[in-house]
Write a protein that binds this ligand. Sequence first.
Ligand SMILES: N=CN[C@@H](CCC(=O)O)C(=O)O
Ligand SMILES: [Zn+2]
Length: 401
Amino acid sequence: MRSTLITDIAELTTVDPEGRVLTDAAVVVEDERIAWIGPAADAPDADDRVSVEGRAVLPGWVDSHTHLVFDGDRSAEFEARMAGESYAAGGIGVTTSATRAASDDRLAELVRGRVADAVAGGTTYLETKTGYGLTVEEEARHARLLAGLREEGLVDEVTFLGAHLVPPGRDAEDYLDDVVGPMLEAVREHAGWVDVFCDTGAFDAEQTRRVLAAGVAAGLGVRLHGNQIEQGPGVGVAVEFGAASVDHVNHLSDTDVEALAGTWTGWDRASATGTPGTVAGCLPACDLSTRAPLAPARRLLDAGIEVSLASNCNPGTSYTTSMNFNVGTAVLQMHLTLAEAVRAATLGGALGLRTQDRVGSLEVGKRADLHVLDAPAAIHLAYRPGMPLTHAVWRAGRRAV
Ligand SMILES: N=CN[C@@H](CCC(=O)O)C(=O)O
Ligand SMILES: [Zn+2]
């Protein structure tokens, strides 16, 4: 077992249950885990020693919502939106055509490049989805590709999103017969989660229930896209199914907020123990790129709901993997404190992936996922928006950047 002492940390944001922020701190990493955390002056000996020379360190970002398997360009659609058009689910079909035409090698290269960008920006745990295939063969091809990259340790969680859009030219019920039948059968060995875009122009409540029920029967965990375009049934269905996360949540009724809050009654936020409920996944870059009202993260936190921040990297609504940008935006525009935003982008994402016991905070025994900023304090993420602040990254105890 090889150990490394990472020392001369000006500010160490742990995101542990007490929310401790240590100054003049050090961390010892043993293989892929954190073995010790404390004042630099008390640090034990280790095989290797790395000084971060007065920089800030925080847990690596947990990006709990991305769509990285895609080809093609939708910048004209974005430009039209900036000139006043609204976002509509139909654009997914454009990416689907381009993605179907891409070879296995090209798709793998594209995903690898996007993952490399994410890691270079401090992301150490990453979920990603299918959803631009929309035939049995294509969804299976994308799920297989992602499972291969998970084997390699490049991505961490794979989600099946066959119910992203009814492909142009197909009848909805007939398509869903495929989704819950041969498509699910083909992807279930590759994916850990099932997801549905439950919104105007995509799938309604009954269709969503049908897909989620089939996914659960196939042994998959539940997550959902909901309440992005309009107030609708997404949050209600997510709660009904005990989803780990419902993401977007731009348009919420009081009943939606109460329903989400009700899922967190068995969770003790102060000690981060108990039974987690349905995380409200907020996607600030997507909200800006679609000119949607920013998800009400402040209101959700105040109601006792755990919130995550994720990049939602995809070509239609959020073409970025930058978690630094999302965290800065949450502080600047969504009225989260820095501590709340960092927690949402680390432990919040982990809760939404039910991996909070392994990742999402810097605690002894957890995976050594560390993000070193080129700044003395983490508040620089909001104070200097858009600056290249990621200095170094350790992922599972290995230097990745
Ligand atoms: N809203 C649904 N899915 C993606 C967008 C997909 C697209 O437009 O290509 C999202 O999460 O925003
Ligand atoms: Zn999405």
